[in-house]
Design a protein around this ligand. Structure first.
Ligand SMILES: Cc1cc2nc3c(=O)[nH]c(=O)nc-3n(C[C@H](O)[C@H](O)[C@H](O)COP(=O)(O)OP(=O)(O)OC[C@H]3O[C@@H](n4cnc5c(N)ncnc54)[C@H](O)[C@@H]3O)c2cc1C
Length: 447
């Protein structure tokens, strides 16, 4: 079968599957010779008439690789071409360095690595790894992650699914974003359209798919306030399902995805319910002061976004290329929640009755400021231990500098945690996840 006959045969396979193939000259040539798309609400496979024959065959075979060929007649040559395309798509690369893919910028390579641009690839990659008994790590923007110097002896699946859709109904709008969308693009879109309830989450690095994992939050908002559905691949049941918020087990910087069933789900998309025309949330004194300093009395969503970004920038809490504190995971420890009596004891030990504390809704416990505890335990901003230290602008951020290794990050993290434990009897828990370390004790790797 020559190339022309193969293309004709693949077109016939598509027709048998009920999918139309159109071959048209594209105005802007795509990277490949075409692909699946919707035309007037109908799915068609569009191929670029100007692409070389091989390019059109590859694009058509790739589009067919997403479909189930079992129920139609397919010649062995055509089936072989589609299967090669399917395999090539999931064929992982070997020994891919992970340090450049994480904001901390430390650690070794992934033994196997794949980037998934669509759901079909996620499914194919997961079964490829499962068939080989390989552990899978799902990577977003790498902004809440420390990779061990030895790297990850498994498959790292980097999520690159894109697409955002909004559906307005009455007084609400539901925004569904694919898990590979940069989070701050979603926030900006919401603010620009006047949809309230994400504005305080401006400037948080990372991708949409990670937002439900630790229920990202800042300045009084958390994604659990707006998440209405999380579309996931359930690796256990081998199905794609949409989970309601009640199944997500959201807590403070926590969720069932993070602490109860850490390897079970791959997040494919998240839907947030927002309020068109809603007023912004200004709950934090720091934000209020910044807005007042700008002379803003009745802030719009845009005003709040601007102030949040400015306040975050001053603490190196947005990623900026020239920032000397940029290599971090943001806050390294979460704020501890302790019984009220315990908080009184800690304030007394510190000799400071003004110790910051916030009562929890249950009335019995209070949340303490991890940054305050770290500082009072003797770790000030700018503290350094070799190439790793504490940000010069934020006590809770452990930062890596030139030459830092994952072992240096862990050593400083343990020193800080041990210092706070010795001084106040409070054990801090880390916020980032750790990949590739031999032993983790109470959330932190052993040195
Ligand atoms: C400068 C800076 C400031 C920060 N400020 C904040 C803040 O204000 N508030 C806050 O909450 N966090 C903050 N963070 C932490 C971090 O940005 C968030 O936790 C973010 O949501 C992580 O997204 P990511 O895509 O980078 O996830 P990654 O670091 O790639 O992954 C983190 C975890 O989520 C899992 N994961 C990622 N994507 C998926 C998916 N699609 N399916 C299943 N699991 C997945 C990973 O397996 C991993 O366990 C900050 C970090 C930095 C560097």
């Amino acid at each position: 079968m020559d190339e022309r006959e193969l293309l004709d045969e693949l077109v016939r396979v598509a027709t048998r599957l009920g999918v139309e193939v159109r071959i048209e000259p594209f105005e802007t040539p795509p990277a490949r010779g075409g692909g699946r798309c919707l035309v007037a609400g109908r799915e068609v496979i569009l191929l670029d008439a100007r692409a070389p024959l091989g390019g059109r065959i590859g694009a058509l075979a790739s589009a067919l690789a997403d479909l189930d060929l079992d129920d139609v007649y397919v010649t062995p040559e055509a089936r072989d071409r589609v299967e090669r395309e399917r395999d090539a798509r999931v064929l992982p690369r070997e020994d891919v360095p992970l340090a450049p893919l994480s904001t901390m910028g430390v650690g070794g390579p992934a033994r196997w690595y794949v980037e998934a641009h669509d759901e079909a690839t996620v499914l194919a990659v997961v079964s490829w790894a499962d068939q080989r008994g390989l552990p899978i790590r799902v990577l977003g923007g790498g902004s809440n992650l420390v990779v061990a110097d030895a790297g990850v002896n498994g498959l790292v699946l980097r999520i690159a699914l894109r697409g955002i859709a909004a559906r307005e109904s009455g007084r609400e709008v539901e925004v569904t974003a694919a898990s590979g969308e940069p989070w701050d693009d979603v926030v900006r879109l919401a603010v620009e359209n006047g949809w309230a309830d994400l504005e305080c989450l401006s400037g948080i690095p990372g991708l949409v798919g990670a937002t439900p994992i630790q229920n990202v939050g800042a300045y009084g908002q958390e994604v659990s306030d707006t998440v209405v559905a999380v579309r996931v691949l359930d690796r256990l049941a081998r199905t794609v399902v949409s989970l309601p918020p009640t199944a997500c087990g959201f807590g403070y910087r926590d969720s069932a995805f993070k602490s109860r069933t850490p390897d079970r789900y791959v997040v494919l998309a998240v839907t947030y319910r927002l309020r068109p025309g809603g007023a912004p949330l200004v709950r934090y004194a720091e934000l209020e002061r910044h807005l007042a300093g700008r002379g803003v009395e009745s802030p719009t969503l845009g005003d709040v976004r601007e102030s949040v970004l400015a306040v975050r920038r001053a603490k190196s809490m947005v990623l900026e290329p020239g920032d000397a504190n940029r290599r971090s995971c943001g806050s390294f420890f979460v704020n501890p929640v302790v019984p009220a009596a315990e908080a009184d004891r800690i304030a007394a030990a510190a000799g400071d009755p003004t110790m910051p504390r916030w009562p929890e809704p249950d009335g019995a416990r209070v949340k303490l400021a991890a940054a305050w505890l770290v500082e009072r335990a003797g770790f000030a901003r700018g503290y350094a231990d070799g190439p790793v230290g504490i940000s010069t602008r934020h006590t809770l951020a452990i930062v890596a500098r030139e030459g830092a290794r994952a072992a240096d990050v862990v050593r400083v993290a343990r020193r800080v945690r041990d210092g706070v434990l010795a001084r106040f009897g409070v054990r801090l828990h880390p916020e980032p996840v750790f990949w590739g370390f031999a032993r983790i004790e109470d959330g932190l790797p052993e040195t």
